[in-house]
Design a protein around this ligand. Structure first.
Ligand code: GLA
Length: 718
């Protein structure tokens, strides 16, 4: 259903624009000067009549203009800055009209049209509000009819104003293998910027997510907190500016660094989506709302199934042949997982991919390792009764490759400076439509020749280095933006031709995890760091913004001092996979893994589509606990971890959340390790029944003082 309704006929209705969800209200109103201002952002207002109190908006100099242009009377960071064809650098936008479309029973899109009275510049602000999920996403479109191209040098996705006595910002910094480390600071007068300039990905040093605590630091279960993120698989920038009145201005967008964009007359510049949710019950509630929204609307196959798998990266690295892989397929079957995933190293002939110095770009199976090519592997997997998935890194090239020899002009590389390499590779020039065809062709050829391929792991191990596109010639300032748009064109083609093909997004760990890329991917790789202790922290971080079914977590041999049970129990809270040498497992360890996989499959609807609760933080204690609770509150899984507890520390019960206080629940431990039972002496040893009320108010004594031990409790309505 899609019906366009022009907001109200009455002048007052035209002058008030109300964007609301079940819990949040964003109001804009038009001032006497004809310009548009944000007049309220906060909790949903109950009485329609109260919203009209904001009419008309005050047209004062530093008013909260919805989308301020540069060179106006505001002295703060503008949302939009344009150098017009005549060299003038000012833009002042007036309100023209707005319209609202009901997209479905839950989602509504409001489009606000703005225009400069002096220059033929048009801006459309889009806001899609999701009533039930309490999420709003917004973006802008910029267009002009000047005689010659104009230059855009600021192009925020939107602008939001908050008004609170204090602001506390949590950002998520990191590095390879150290993703999503939160840190919180109080914002004072002036600017704080979070940005990256990595080109092919949003994150690495810092991920494209933030939390803003109003009044107090963002907390899990209480307080007003804004969670925001941007859907852009490239350079992003969040600017937080507290002005002289104490108003916080939030400006999310593409990072304009080295990206003054030339816009031709009639061409539309569409910014990425800024996605946010405002919670009055802390981060936990905001995360659950984002998860619901992502599953319902954004993540590829958001409500669908996911494959458990066995990957060969850590057990073989580049060193394998057909026999070894066929053995691993048998191992996948033995474990009980759905799929075998072949990783890096299967391609390249003139320049075999035997290490990371050669072969990227030559996507033909290596004849020495795989004399019968991919078809034999697909067939072998079918014989074992498992699916077959394969790793690619199609945006990249090693200089030692036939592709590079043939098409040196397809590579982003300086024409007149020494080349520097990130992991011995270079980035293909996706600004060039021919290169887009080639990258699409990598997947298309593999799929046409092997329709049995059930899954891709799409990697991207290098940021853009040697920033120069041979294709763009004198328009190098468009490289960062056109690269990402070229990537989306390729991904869109893949999605259209293979709509049901699940794919994992990987970027040397978790550097690519933004919500635009996730329209094309069913999951992403959180980190190359698979040490289960580290993963507890990394997964805690990512789960604040992304549903756990989208977070690939594998059981590996990192931190071999921990038990296979602990490693598996940590991966179980996300999208479970293995990357181990199954032959090295002791019989009881194998039996444990098989049982864990069977439990995971039995409970996957709860794990994939339930509500996620972070109960005890590893950042605040020596333990961690999280839970999935089904939407109907009939079933829950409680995951409990002891990390590095002290011998003498007092242990507190783990209190559940999200259950029905009036219901009774059976509580039973699953994933038990024969002969290695590490439960606390006070923990329920066998199936017991508790009220939801008791489980939430009193809790269960499930923590122990044993380092790296874990328990998973299945909780079922009686
Ligand atoms: C990246 C990925 C790993 C693995 C290797 C292969 O580092 O994050 O999971 O696929 O590439 O080279």
């Amino acid at each position: 259903m899609c019906c366009a309704v022009l907001l109200g006929g009455a002048a007052s209705a035209q002058r008030l624009i109300r964007i609301s969800t079940s819990e949040t209200e964003l109001l804009f109103s038009v001032a006497s000067n004809g310009r548009l201002y944000q007049s309220y952002f906060g909790r949903r207002l109950l009485n329609e009549a109260d919203t009209t109190r904001f009419l008309p908006a005050p047209a004062h100099n530093n008013g909260q203009e919805a989308y301020p242009g540069s060179g106006g009377e505001s002295y703060y960071e503008p949302a939009l800055a344009i150098t017009h064809a005549d060299g003038n650098m000012t833009t002042v936008l007036s309100f023209v009209s707005s319209e609202t479309k009901q997209l479905n029973a839950d989602a509504k899109e409001t489009i606000i049209h703005l225009r400069d009275k002096v220059y033929p510049i048009d801006v459309n602000l889009h806001y899609v509000s999701y009533e039930a999920e309490n999420v709003i996403k917004c973006w802008s479109e910029i267009r002009h009819e000047e005689k010659k191209p104009v230059t855009l040098w600021r192009y925020a996705s939107a602008m939001l104003y908050l008004h609170s006595p204090h602001y506390f910002l949590t950002e998520f910094s990191g590095e390879w293998a150290k993703e999503m480390t939160p840190s919180t600071q109080q914002l004072q007068f002036g600017k704080k910027v979070i940005d990256t300039k990595l080109g092919t990905r949003a994150g690495m040093e810092v991920s494209p997510f933030f939390e803003l605590g109003l009044d107090s630091k963002p907390a899990e279960n209480q307080g007003d907190v804004l969670l925001g993120t941007i859907g852009w698989t490239g350079n992003f920038r969040f600017t937080f500016e507290v002005d002289a009145q104490g108003i916080l201005r939030v400006l999310p967008g593409i990072n304009p660094y080295a990206s003054a964009y030339e816009l031709k007359p009639g061409e539309v510049f569409t910014t990425p989506e800024f996605i946010f949710t405002l919670s009055h019950e802390g981060i936990g509630k905001a995360s659950r709302d984002l998860h619901d929204w992502a599953r319902n609307y954004q993540l590829k196959d958001g409500l669908g199934d996911r494959f458990t798998l066995l990957n060969n990266w850590e057990s073989t690295y580049f060193n394998f042949d057909e026999a070894k892989l066929e053995h691993l397929m048998k191992d996948a079957k033995t474990l009980g997982v759905d799929m075998f995933l072949l990783d890096d190293g299967w391609f390249g002939n003139k320049y075999p991919r035997d290490n990371d110095h050669a072969g990227l770009g030559d996507w033909e199976a290596n004849r020495n390792k795989l004399p019968h090519g991919i078809p034999r592997l697909v067939q072998a997997a079918r014989t074992e009764g498992v699916k077959f998935g394969i790793w690619i890194e199609p945006e990249m090239v090693n200089p030692r490759s036939e592709l590079f020899e043939k098409h040196p002009d397809w590579v982003i590389k300086q024409p007149n400076r020494e080349t520097y390499y990130f992991r011995n590779q270079l980035v293909l020039d996706l600004c060039n439509p021919k290169v887009q065809d080639y990258v699409f062709g990598v997947i298309d050829k593999l799929m046409s020749e092997n329709p049995g391929i059930a899954y891709f792991k799409w990697d991207c191990n290098s940021p853009i280095t040697n920033i120069y596109s041979p294709y763009l010639k004198e328009k190098q300032n468009q490289l960062y933006i056109d690269y990402v748009r070229g990537l989306y064109k390729v991904l869109q083609r893949v999605k259209e031709k293979y709509p049901n093909l699940p794919m994992m997004l990987c970027s040397g760990g978790g550097a690519r995890c933004d919500y635009e890329a996730l329209k094309y991917f069913t999951e992403f790789w959180c980190s190359d760091n698979t040490d289960p202790v580290e993963r507890l922290y990394i997964q805690w971080g990512f789960s604040q913004f992304l549903p756990t079914k989208a977070m690939a977590a594998h059981v590996t041999s990192w931190n071999p001092h921990t038990s296979i049970k602990f490693r598996t129990d940590v991966a179980m809270m996300c999208k479970l996979g293995f990357d181990i040498n199954v032959d090295e497992l002791k019989p009881e360890e194998l039996a444990y893994c098989q049982e864990a996989v069977a439990n995971y499959k039995r409970l996957k609807d709860l794990i994939f589509n339930g509500d996620f609760y972070r109960l005890v933080s590893p950042f605040e204690t020596n333990h961690a606990a999280v839970a999935h609770v089904s939407k109907d509150k009939k079933k829950a899984l409680l995951y409990v971890y002891d990390i590095h507890p002290r011998y003498a520390e007092p242990l507190f019960p783990v209190k559940m959340q999200g259950l029905d206080a009036r219901k009774n629940y059976k509580v039973e431990e699953i994933n038990r390790m024969p002969g290695n039972d590490l439960r606390s002496s006070k923990a329920p040893t066998s199936l017991q029944v508790y009220s939801g009320d008791y489980l939430m108010k009193v809790g269960l004594p499930l923590f122990t003082t044993r380092p790296t031990s874990s328990r998973i409790m299945e909780i079922t309505e009686e």
